[in-house]
Design a protein around this ligand. Structure first.
Ligand code: C2O
Ligand code: CU
Length: 429
């Protein structure tokens, strides 16, 4: 199997910096097509944001590009291309920004990247997009064994896959054969080791293109401490739901034995697996389903920001309503009725408190992402840069316009984004 990656590995190299550092990354494009690197979640200077056609020229095949920027806020971030549907390759890596003031009360840290992987199964992400756009339909057969498609994936009369989840509604458009944690399938999982009673900080990143994951560690509870890099009042549950583009830091206290860390493709068939070994015990089956998955399930948007990262109360100076629309046939996804090519920029003013209201009028969930800013979700004020909006739901988020530039605001389902569900949020100093 073949894929594309950064520095011959999937995930790519872990990049680590301290808040306030200047990071310089030199990219050499060894692909036979142009690319770009976006630093997802980082409030960086806009000319380093990595959006070709908006903030930079694409990096040509064989070309080079240097990114250099200050990383202002601690947290778990990741990098990926912002060129077409390249995100559905194994082109991703994690950027950890350490907080020089954080005590770090844990014995170990694990960084785990979740992915739905179609590339290398015989179909490329470009072919998947083309087939969605030509079939116009729920249920692209990407990388799927057509012979077994009958009962397995719940095909309806019209030949459309019904991938739905009670949590998300329509859960995705693409059927994947493989779900990965740190580049490994459940048949060849990574084994993480530790000692009983150690405290481990797990940094989870969902780098998938079309899949939300529900994550649990058999025999353990998870305490969420950060969402998209920013601290929340620690909240304990049994499982955590993470949309595409979202990150969460959780802590666990390790038990004694061998445990499955499972990331189920929410509303789909399949899962990713990693093993945690602290003692003796048999190896769980690749299809193991820990009971924790169906106990107390946490969503990141419902947690509570800690006081130090809570936005002060202020009346919004500017409100933009973003109605999310779309259809499977034709395969077209919109904001306020328009695809990106026809949508006027969303203008805001420097210094304003901005409120975005996401109104989901479709039957699918959309993980909405804003570049260059970390917003506060209305209600508990959770700080996020990517937030799941479920069907028929309206959620408001607020941020202060203090980082002028042209900032993509889009669905992090890469097939939706490429089929129109993007906007440009713009302001000048
Ligand atoms: Cu991961 Cu435009 O973003
Ligand atoms: Cu979407």
């Amino acid at each position: 199997m073949q894929t594309w990656g950064y520095s011959d590995s999937a995930p790519g190299p872990l990049i680590r910096a301290r808040a306030g550092d200047v990071l310089r990354v030199e990219v050499t494009n060894g692909l036979d097509t142009e690319t770009s690197v976006h630093w997802h979640g980082v409030a960086l200077r806009v000319d380093m944001d990595g959006v070709p056609g908006l903030t930079q020229q694409p990096i040509a095949a064989g070309g080079r590009h240097t990114y250099e920027f200050t990383v202002p806020d601690p947290g778990t971030y990741f990098y990926h291309p912002h060129s077409g549907v390249q995100l559905d390759r194994a082109l991703y890596g994690v950027l950890v920004v350490d907080d020089p003031h954080e005590p770090g009360r844990y014995d170990q840290e694990w960084v785990l990247v979740l992915d739905d992987w179609v590339d290398g199964t015989g179909r490329t992400p470009n072919q998947v997009l083309a087939s969605l756009q030509s079939m116009g339909g729920h249920g692209d057969m990407a990388g799927m064994d057509h012979g077994s498609m009958g009962g397995m994936h719940g095909m309806s009369m019209g030949g459309m896959a019904t991938m739905t989840s009670p949590l998300l509604g329509g859960a995705g458009d693409v059927t994947y054969l493989h779900y990965l944690i740190n580049g490994r399938t459940p048949q060849a999982p990574l084994t993480l080791t530790g000692r009983p009673r150690q405290r481990v900080r797990i940094r989870l990143v969902n780098a998938a293109a079309d899949t939300t994951f529900r994550v649990a560690l058999g025999g353990h509870r998870l305490t969420v401490t950060h969402t998209d890099g920013f601290p929340v009042t620690p909240t304990t549950g049994d499982a955590l739901v993470l949309g595409m583009g979202e990150r969460a830091d959780v802590t666990v206290e390790l038990g004694d034995g061998v445990f499955p860390l499972v990331a189920v493709a929410e509303g789909k068939t399949g899962q990713a697996l990693t093993l945690v070994r602290t003692g003796a015990g048999g190896v769980p089956d690749a299809a193991v389903r820990p009971g924790e998955l169906d106990r107390r399930v946490l969503l990141t948007g419902g947690l509570k920001a800690t006081d130090d990262v809570t936005l002060d109360r202020r009346k919004p100076d500017r409100i933009h309503r973003l109605v999310l629309g779309g259809s499977m046939m034709p395969y077209r996804w919109t904001i306020n009725g328009s695809t990106y090519d026809k949508l006027e920029p969303l203008l805001v003013g420097q210094g304003e408190r901005v409120r975005l209201e996401f109104v989901n009028e479709t039957t699918m969930f959309h993980p909405m992402h804003v570049h260059g800013h970390t917003f506060a979700v209305s209600g508990n004020g959770t700080r996020n840069d990517t937030l799941i909006v479920v069907p028929k739901q309206t959620v408001s988020v607020e941020f202060d316009a203090n980082n002028p530039g042209q900032w993509m605001t889009h669905c992090h389902n890469i097939y939706h984004a490429e089929s129109g569900m993007m906007a440009n949020l713009a302001y000048w100093a």
